[in-house]
Unconditional design. Structure first.
Length: 269
């Protein structure tokens, strides 16, 4: 495939939240490589965001960095406005920002519950709403095989797999599942596509404590029938394809990119 044919997102504009590290960084770079101009959101890691920008520019696309907290309504709006001001439009929102704040349920404070809900669920709601309000201004004929905009939620296999000690995280991710489906149903008439990607175990800073030890890696691998721990690129490739017109008939779906983690691996005997 020639370099030009690879530019499947040429002319598109994407906002990626939490794009200074891990999966968000991988998606922002992959979309930049595919030809999209990208608003690179970071929360606290400015250096990480600069690295994302460097990679996007190296690939010949443009990027702009914006510090913002997705859980604040004015920041969510600013993300969308930044795309419009710098690139005159918005085509893609990747709601990726997320945190874990693990705690046994009996000890979990309201603050620990709320913080995860604010970032992992309310933040996604705020950004999705700001993006959708922009998308609905654009018109496409109902029979056209292209959408006016794409929203992708980065959820988790823990939207369906319970996980002790993380009631806040699993509840937020399960909530995302219904948010995604409801938005897909409600916004389909405007030709807005809404989907989720649910990663399994991907090597990033969120789970570094586990995969950086041999014991942790072995424990992780027991949960993965496909036999390898995922990399941000595994998610980035799927996300990039999902927002192209090749996937135009997909909406309201969760794609599990998990090496089979959702296959109840402990039942393999
Ligand atoms: P990560 O810690 O590298 O990335 C999370 C990003 O979100 C960081 O850049 C962080 O700064 C940003 N962020 C946190 N709070 C924010 C806020 N309020 N506003 C804006 N940005 C904020 O970890 P990751 O694994 O790349 O996580 C990305 C997403 O993938 C998360 O939603 C996570 O739940 C999900 N996920 C990760 C895995 C995995 O195994 N790594 C598995 C399933 C789901």
């Amino acid at each position: 495939m020639s370099k030009l044919e690879n530019k499947r997102l040429k002319g598109k504009v994407a906002v990626v939240t939490g794009a200074s590290s891990g999966i968000g960084q991988g998606i922002a770079i992959a979309m930049g490589k595919a030809g999209a101009n990208v608003v690179i959101n970071y929360h606290s890691d400015e250096e990480g965001a600069k690295e994302t920008l460097r990679q996007i520019e190296k690939a010949g696309s443009k990027g702009v960095i914006l510090q913002a907290d997705v859980a604040k309504p004015q920041d969510a709006q600013l993300l969308i406005d930044t795309a419009l001001e710098n690139f005159s439009k918005l085509d893609i929102l990747v709601n990726n920002a997320g945190i874990q704040q693990d705690q046994d349920f009996l000890e979990m404070s309201l603050e620990e519950w709320q913080k995860v809900m604010d970032t992992n669920l309310t933040g996604h709601f705020l950004c999705a709403q700001a993006a959708a309000k922009e998308f609905v201004k654009r018109k496409v004929k109902p029979d056209e095989r292209t959408s006016v905009g794409n929203i992708v939620f980065i959820s988790s296999v823990h939207d369906i797999i319970p996980w002790a000690g993380r009631a806040n995280y699993t509840s937020a991710k399960a909530g995302l599942q219904m948010l995604m489906k409801t938005l897909a149903q409600e916004l389909g008439k405007y030709k807005i596509r809404v989907n989720a990607i649910s990663p399994g175990a991907i090597k990033t800073s969120i789970n570094q404590e586990v995969w950086q030890t041999k014991e942790g890696r072995e424990k992780m691998l027991k949960q993965i029938p496909y036999g390898r721990i995922g990399e941000p690129e595994d998610i980035a490739k799927v996300a990039t394809w999902l927002v192209t017109d090749e996937a135009d008939y997909i909406t309201g779906t969760t794609i599990y990119v998990d090496g089979g983690m959702t296959l109840y691996p402990s039942f393999d005997e």
